[in-house]
Design a binder for this molecule. Structure first.
Ligand code: ARG
Length: 463
């Protein structure tokens, strides 16, 4: 980057040049250059609108468009020299354009300000990133559906309070994750509708005296509409916060999945095996295979939460309209986007490769009296009120705990010691397979329901 601190685009009213440290302190080009494509797209549309409205000649517009094309090519080829003295991505590109094409370049900023420009760039950028995030979410969801289908009959203990509760199917468990992500995908689609509104034309804050055609610019850029109010348009960053809130929820979900994968892949659970390529070893303990990926995703969730709080705080004290504070929106937003996309990508890659260990899950489900509720329900069907049935089964479980044996391992005579209503048919309900198969309604864990839910999920993904 050139350190040159001459001729600022706004230098006219200044009598001394910027303090060297202040120049570096106030510059954003180090990070906002990421927006170059959107800045150029916005400038192209703005120039075309100006020409159509007769504010620029067609020849000037052509020069601008060609100049912007070659700047984009230079940036993409790594030939563009970014200058801190030129502060931000907007002034870097504009200065280069003017250097390349002369007078016409100086006219590009007619009827525009960096305030509406940066808000526009950010919205164009975020719109693309939302699409990319939603595509990764979809890929992860599809992976979960495949896994759910493969393991629709596989039984594991379901937990409440992290204590064995009732048996569930692994497919059902994967579909729970799917639902969380489906809400995330919908939330992001909804968020996108508010992102896709165009600030351009708001200029610095009050609009512009040129006969601009905002609807035309909006159409060129694929925005749904121009922003209604110029003051709001340049100062609003709700859409950044809203996106970050959506991202925080996605990360919450990934963090919860991570926590389960970490537990499940421990020697104590042994429910799943993470593929080696998603794990690392220990430099001292040769036996170790650490679940780094889920641990990191769980850890990275914290920074996304932090960015959300940072952005809310950034906005809370700002009077209308644009304030330089807003420059601080970019680094948290970019980091949230990168963290979110990276976490989704690694999950989408990892989940289809997850190795499930049905024997360990089955053994765990067998050992925790997970069919106790089934026995109570059985007694209810035999005429006992539920509260009494609960009491009877509680005593049977206490006996089992003392003996170190599950309900299904007790003899009929033993079970009848707790209630005369128990008969030979009790063993059908005490099996894990019987227990899951019995929960056969929409939203239930029965394999049949899991398969039906997968079919519905696939249809929903197509909608
Ligand atoms: N770099 C600035 C930002 O990110 C661009 C807008 C600057 N506008 C201004 N009036 N200084 O917010």
């Amino acid at each position: 980057m050139s350190e040159h601190s001459s001729d600022k685009p706004w230098g006219g009213r200044f009598t001394e040049s910027t303090d060297a440290f202040v120049e570096a302190f106030t510059a954003s080009v180090g990070f906002d250059r990421r927006l170059y494509r959107y800045d150029i797209a916005g400038s192209r549309a703005h120039a075309r609108m100006l020409a159509r409205a007769g504010i620029l000649t067609e020849a000037e517009c052509d020069q601008i468009l060609k100049g912007l094309d070659s700047i984009q090519a230079d940036i993409e080829a790594g030939r563009f020299e970014w200058s801190v003295a030129l502060e931000d991505v907007h002034m870097n590109i504009e200065a280069r354009l003017t250097a390349a094409i002369g007078e016409a370049g100086k006219k590009l900023h007619t009827g525009r300000s960096r305030n509406d420009q940066v808000a526009t760039d950010l919205r164009l950028y975020l719109r693309d990133e939302i699409d990319a995030v939603r595509a990764e979410l979809l890929r992860l969801q599809q992976g979960l559906l495949e896994l759910a289908e493969r393991e629709a009959d596989t039984i594991l203990p379901g937990f409440t309070h992290l204590q064995v509760a009732q048996p569930v199917t692994f497919g059902h468990h994967m579909l729970a994750w799917f639902e969380m992500l489906e809400r995330d995908r919908q939330r992001l689609a909804d968020c996108r509708t508010r992102v896709n509104i165009m600030p351009l034309g708001a200029a610095a804050l009050a609009g512009t005296s040129y006969p601009i055609d905002r609807a035309y610019t909006a159409e060129l850029l694929g925005f749904d509409a121009p922003a209604e109010n110029s003051l709001d348009a340049v100062s609003d960053r709700d859409f950044v916060i809203e996106f970050n809130a959506c991202a925080a929820l996605v990360m919450t979900h990934l963090s919860r999945f991570s926590e389960e994968l970490i537990l499940w892949s421990s020697a104590q659970f042994g429910f799943v095996d993470l593929p080696d390529r998603f794990c690392t070893g220990s430099s001292i303990m040769p036996q170790k295979k650490n679940p780094d990926v889920p641990e990191l995703v769980r850890g990275k969730t914290g920074r996304v939460f932090g960015h959300l709080m940072g952005l809310l705080t950034l906005m809370k004290g700002q009077p209308l309209a644009y304030n330089k504070d807003n420059q601080e929106d970019k680094e948290p937003l970019f980091d949230t986007v990168d963290t979110l996309k990276g976490s989704l990508r690694v999950f989408a890659d990892m989940m289809p490769a997850l190795r499930v260990k049905p024997a360990a899950m089955l053994a765990a489900a067998r050992s925790g009296f997970s069919t106790a509720t089934d026995l109570a329900d059985y007694l209810v069907r035999k005429g006992l009120p539920f509260r009494d049935a609960h009491e009877v089964v509680g005593r049977a479980v206490r006996h089992g705990v003392e003996q170190g044996r599950d309900l299904a391992d007790m003899s009929l005579a033993e079970l009848r010691g707790f209630s005369e209503r128990i008969e030979e048919d009790v063993f059908a309900v005490l099996t894990l397979e019987g227990s899951v198969a019995a929960r056969n309604h929409i939203g239930g864990t029965a394999p049949e329901q899991v398969r039906a839910a997968i079919a519905r999920a696939r249809t929903r993904l197509k909608a």
